[in-house]
Design a protein around this ligand. Structure first.
Ligand SMILES: Cc1ncc(COP(=O)(O)O)c(C=O)c1O
Length: 337
């Protein structure tokens, strides 16, 4: 078998959580659907209310420390969980967090913004709508430039921790899921994840491929963040494998992602279907999803199950990537949907 453990051990890593995260059944949610639905609890990992970014930040922040960084810069949407977790980990290791937003400073600090303020993260609001381009590389270059002018020397983390180094965290996630599935003897397994920047999906794809695992993965796009998203995820998955010494290529066509269908109107704004799905999971299982990522992805998953897209004996695992602080920014969740 591919010696993932030793290859990963070459990269500095700062542990932020205890692994493996639980894999739990969701019997009440599953009952009316006739499918077996599980949930992988990556929502609770890491500091400051946790989430999937903990796995990426373990590698990125270890790199920042190794390079002697005194400040860290990242950016995201107003309710970015990545920004909140980056700020928290930066505080934990004693470096100054700076966050850029392409939006006006909101009148009220709610949800993740409130938590950033409590962490005394330095927030920079630049109201020109992501420079009007859905181009990941362009936006990264722009923030780097702005950060150099405004913040000075700092360790830069792209939106969502979207780098091959950060995504090694989800190669470990894939190995963890593979082992849990094996020990439970589950067959016909598909793990479903929300896709924001796509790094989580890329890490899982690379990890399952390297392990030659029968576990399939499916990404549900929650926001049309970038043009050419599948091509970018394919490139990133290839880069992740290359970092681990494996030369394999992924094609955009082979990236398992459903684009557009479950995004709602726009990234960062809850959708009625997502709100309904998150309320259903709370009512059935006592688990909070979030309105921007996991609620929309769950709406997609429940719709796909209702359409009969999974085999009857399938085991579907929903990856809970976190984000519940976002709930406190959208009280309308209980009024609509
Ligand atoms: C709660 C939550 N779920 C899912 C995602 C998507 O992860 P990725 O950017 O790796 O696609 C994010 C961040 O973007 C997130 O904050």
């Amino acid at each position: 078998m591919f010696d993932l453990h030793n290859r990963l051990a070459k990269f500095p890593r700062r542990a932020l959580a205890n692994y493996p995260t639980p894999l739990e059944p969701m019997p009440h949610l599953a009952a009316p659907t006739g499918s077996a639905i599980w949930i992988k609890r990556d929502d609770g990992i890491g500091p400051a209310m946790g989430g999937n970014k903990a796995r990426k930040l373990e590698f990125l922040m270890a790199d920042a420390v190794q390079r002697g960084a005194r400040k860290v810069v990242t950016f995201g949407g107003l309710q970015s969980n990545h920004a909140r977790m980056t700020a928290a980990v930066a505080r934990q290791i004693g470096i100054e967090p700076h966050i850029f937003y392409f939006a006006k400073r909101p009148r009220e600090m709610t949800g993740n913004l409130l938590l950033n303020a409590i962490l005394d993260a330095k927030m920079h609001f630049i109201p020109f709508g992501g420079a009007g381009r859905n181009d990941l590389q362009f936006t990264n270059r722009l923030v780097r430039l702005l950060a150099r002018m405004i913040v000075g020397n700092a360790y830069f983390i792209p939106v969502g921790g979207h780098t091959a180094l950060g995504c090694l965290g989800y190669v470990i996630g894939a190995a963890e899921i593979h082992a849990q599935v094996q020990s439970l003897g589950l067959r016909e397994v598909t793990i479903v994840t929300a896709v924001g920047t796509g790094g989580t999906l890329a890490g899982l794809l690379a990890g399952f491929a390297l392990l030659d695992s029968p576990v399939r993965v499916l990404g549900i796009d929650i926001g049309k963040l970038w043009t050419n998203c599948p091509a970018d995820i394919a490139r990133l998955a290839g880069e992740i494998c290359a970092m681990l010494g494996d030369r394999r290529a992924f094609t955009a066509r082979a990236v398992p992602i459903i684009e557009d269908r479950y995004c709602g109107d726009v990234y960062g704004v809850p959708s009625p279907a997502g709100n309904a799905a998150l309320r259903r999971v709370a009512e059935c299982e006592g688990i909070f999803l979030d309105p921007i990522y996991t609620g929309k992805a769950m709406a997609g998953l429940l719709d796909l199950i209702a359409q009969g897209k999974f085999a009857r004996d399938a085991n579907v695992i929903f990856l809970h990537t976190g984000g519940s602080p976002g709930l406190f920014a959208f009280p309308e969740i209980i009024g609509r949907g």
